[in-house]
Design a protein around this ligand. Structure first.
Ligand SMILES: [Zn+2]
Length: 241
């Protein structure tokens, strides 16, 4: 399935994780006027109506393919199987969340808005929040420091400590040469890039064998989004094309 479609379906699923099943997910993508869907405000999901020209059964096929190819999963809650992210699907969604938070800060800074509170960042998924911090760090830009300071004031100790380290690194950026800066980013990646609970396996496009995707490798994270390696380490090392 093409990557943009994968992202759209993952975004649709994000609002109903562990609370909705395949039918509800398909209805969001269809843009259904189903009462339950409207009551839950799911018509505000950015992926709502993305497949409005397709029949529900065709959309359901796509959802099933997302499950078969390991982007989504289902988990029994009560009697019904509910949609959940697979580790791979979550890594893609987590990246989107973190990137959106960064873009939101950029917009606020540009229009000179200071948020009243940073509470919205508290009690989020820790792996996603630390990825957001890693992205801020990678910009090397001190413009984020006032927001980081605000945030530091309200979050839990563990996150606070990481925020302080990012502030400190941004302050030191201009005193460092590029190689020192690269070293510092790699060092911080150790605690800011967190592995998801279960390992993620990708299929190598060259030899077809599965290999482990390492989410803690900073090379996968770029300002253009998450980059999945196309080949397993063995094929990459052999320099085969
Ligand atoms: Zn390979």
């Amino acid at each position: 399935m093409p990557e943009p479609e994968i992202r759209v379906i993952l975004r649709a699923a994000d609002d109903i994780i562990a609370t909705g099943g395949r039918t509800l997910l398909s209805k969001i993508l269809k843009g259904s006027k189903d009462r339950k869907l409207l009551e839950l405000g799911l018509d505000r999901n950015p992926s709502y109506g993305f497949y409005k020209d397709l029949a529900l059964a065709e959309i359901m096929d796509k959802v099933n393919r997302m499950i078969a190819t390991g982007y989504l999963d289902t988990e029994k809650r009560g009697k019904l199987p509910m949609i959940v992210f697979s580790p791979l699907g979550w890594v893609i969604e987590r990246e989107r969340h973190a990137e959106e938070f960064l873009q939101e800060w950029d917009r606020w800074i540009e229009s000179e808005i200071t948020p009243i509170s940073m509470e919205y960042l508290k009690e989020r998924n820790r792996g996603m929040i630390l990825l957001f911090l890693y992205k801020i760090l990678c910009t090397g830009n001190t413009k984020y420091i006032p927001f980081l300071t605000l945030w530091e004031g309200i979050d839990f100790k563990k996150v606070q400590a990481e925020i302080r380290k990012v502030i400190d690194a941004l302050n030191r950026r201009r005193l460092m040469d590029d190689s020192d800066w690269e070293r510092l980013k790699r060092e911080r990646a150790q605690s800011l890039l967190i592995r998801v609970q279960d390992p993620i396996f990708l299929a190598c496009r060259k030899c077809g064998y599965p290999y482990l995707f390492d989410e803690t490798n900073p090379d996968h994270y770029s300002s253009e989004g998450l980059r999945f390696p196309e080949r397993c380490p063995r094929c990459t090392d052999n320099g085969q094309i």
